[in-house]
Design a binder for this molecule. Sequence first.
Ligand code: TMP
Length: 211
Amino acid sequence: MAKGIFISVEGGEGGGKTSQIRMLGEKLTSMGHVPLLTREPGGTPGAEAIRKLLVESSNGHWDGLTEALLHTAARREHLVNAVWPALDAGKIVISDRFADSTLAYQGYAHGVDKSVLATLYSLAAGDFKPRLTVILDLPVEVGLARAAGRGGKESRYESLGCQFHERVRQGFCEIAAADPGRCKLIDATQDMDTIHQAILAEVMKVLPAIA
Ligand code: TMP
């Protein structure tokens, strides 16, 4: 049994996950922890190569199942070569997205059958799952406008339109409602510090698990 603790941070586009993870990482470091901050797709050189295929607008027009397979391959690589070794070393691992993104984007939004996604997940991860999942929720128009303001090459998902992203949002809300023990839905329209405090309060509840 791993000694560390795995936390995922999820949500639609432009919800501020990356900034919140940085703030949480700084806080945990100031408390004497050595957290691993990582992301999906990505987190290892091999998985970052798959990320490039998936998120840059110039790369292909995958259907939902092909995307799910690629995300699953990246996830397996990330788990084997980054997440599980860090957990074995007793670290707190915080991942910017994990498997709930596959369910929301490829399942709810692209329409891939949820039992197929469950099978792919168990092939890649077995019965491993996050101890805590924070889902940052905000209206689609607000998130897409924020994400567009960032610019850059990683715009393939952002360009999929409001209806696609409404299904993503609905998916995350249903995932949170179905697993309230693991998933905490946080209103991401609040100011950054309020969101940080809300996330920290949830993290503190699970930290004794590694004491
Ligand atoms: P990011 O921009 O939040 O880093 O995420 C990259 C994109 O990848 C984002 O638009 C959501 C998408 N994605 C999926 O569609 N399925 C997945 O399983 C993961 C991890 C991400």
